[in-house]
Design a protein around this ligand. Structure first.
Ligand SMILES: *Cc1c(COP(=O)(O)O)cnc(C)c1O
Length: 400
């Protein structure tokens, strides 16, 4: 690793404090694309004027969105939810696995995937993070001593997971792809999310699926879909009595309108995000930090959601946290993600079930050694702003 030209965090902070004290206030953050299409406003107004914003088992706009989204990704059906997180809850529950069943989950991912496994009473089995891609991947020689009927993989940061690597090692029958951040990314000729029994797409802030608030589960199997609809409708099919404990998770009509507009802009917005990521990477590639790359084992096209920056090995969590603070006041929207296995409630819960062993403990240490040195900067900005952010990071690390 080329890091001899990088300053220590102490030097950086001393210099940065001088500059910050001269200025006395934080610089503004760049305008970000929230994913919401303002040109949808009139169509949303029509829904408002109709007075009916939500329908049992989905209204006309939700039904159109489900069809259009499924066609786009190459699946047969969709179920529009109130959020990406609720969509993951019904997805995990839909397989009706007995409590305590093993589920593989990529430790590189968003907390919603772990929450969904917890709420289904299943046993999470974490896939370690690959230091090159920052995605879940078992090392070649890694021995897995369990089977997991279900795998939940997250295509984090827009980057795509080597699915075979995971499902083959743990002999999974079922697959959920959390594609929330990877709408538009491709593996071969297929969009990410084509392969899962259920693929989840979040429609919240900054996502390319710009529903404002919403989530989509795509699937082929109608029975699986019916189970999801029952779980998402208070546990009721059309009968009076609920047949399973459920939730109200259906998506609204205004959000469906916004979601439909955003899909029409997918290509245009994907190109902008790829360009933002390209200029960012270009500026930082020889600056002593490492950027997450795509998996060379896969023929893929990545629509980056976040640029992931990994600091050299002589950095630690404290230094990284301070650097992110410094970057924020310099107008760079840097952000931190921990590995999922670090989630504070996880270890006590797994211990209480007898599920936390030396394997989890060792993996926790390994995951920290990578994620303590990582931070992200989103691609939801103009390439000019993206260049500006990359230059500031480069300058600060070089102590200029
Ligand atoms: C945003 C996101 C979710 C959750 O979606 P919400 O709509 O915010 O609940 C789940 N997984 C990933 C990877 C996400 O980025």
């Amino acid at each position: 690793m080329k890091n001899n030209n990088l300053r220590t965090i102490e030097e950086i902070l001393r210099l940065e404090n001088l500059r910050y004290n001269l200025r006395e206030e934080a610089l503004p953050l760049p305008d970000e694309d929230t994913g919401v299409c303002v040109e949808a406003a009139e169509s949303v107004a029509k829904v408002v004027k109709s007075g009916k914003l939500c329908y049992w088992r989905g209204g006309p706009e939700a039904k159109k969105l489900e069809k259009e989204f499924a066609n786009l990704i190459g699946k047969k059906n969709g179920f529009f939810h109130s959020s990406g997180s609720s969509a993951l809850v019904t997805a995990v529950r839909a397989f009706e696995l007995p409590e305590g069943t093993n589920v593989t989950i990529t430790s590189s991912g968003f907390i919603s995937s772990l929450n969904a496994i917890y709420h289904a009473g299943l046993r999470p089995r974490f896939v370690p993070t690959d230091p090159i891609t920052l995605l879940g991947k078992f090392p070649k020689e890694f021995k897995v001593n369990y089977e997991a009927p279900l795998s939940l993989v997250t295509h984090f940061f827009g980057n795509v997971v080597d699915i075979d690597n995971i499902v083959n090692k743990v002999s999974s029958k079922y697959l959920i792809e959390d594609t929330s951040q990877a709408l538009g990314s491709k593996i071969g000729n297929d969009f990410a999310g084509k392969r899962g029994d259920i693929s989840t797409f979040a429609g919240s802030n900054r996502k390319l699926f710009g529903a404002g608030q919403g989530g989509m589960n795509l699937y082929d199997d109608e029975e699986l879909g019916e189970r999801m609809r029952i779980i998402g409708h208070h546990g009721k099919s059309d009968s009076i009595q609920a047949i399973t404990p459920g939730f109200n998770f259906r998506g609204g009509e205004m959000e469906a309108v916004l979601g439909r507009f955003s899909l029409r802009k997918l290509e245009e917005k994907s190109d902008l995000r790829m360009e933002s990521a390209r200029v960012f990477t270009d500026i930082l590639k020889d600056s002593g930090v490492t950027l997450a790359k795509k998996d060379v084992a896969l023929d893929s096209k990545i629509v980056w959601f976040d640029n992931v920056i990994v600091l050299p090995t002589n950095w630690n969590k404290k230094g990284r946290d301070l650097l992110v603070e410094v970057l924020n006041r310099e107008g760079v929207p840097a952000w931190i993600y921990p590995s999922l296995i670090e989630t504070p409630w996880l270890k006590p819960w797994m211990n209480s079930k007898g599920w936390w062993s030396d394997e989890e403990e060792n993996l926790l240490e390994y995951e920290k050694s990578i994620w303590d040195r990582a931070f992200v900067v989103g691609t939801q900005m103009s390439s000019e702003d993206s260049k500006k952010c990359a230059r500031i990071i480069k300058e600060i690390l070089a102590g200029k």
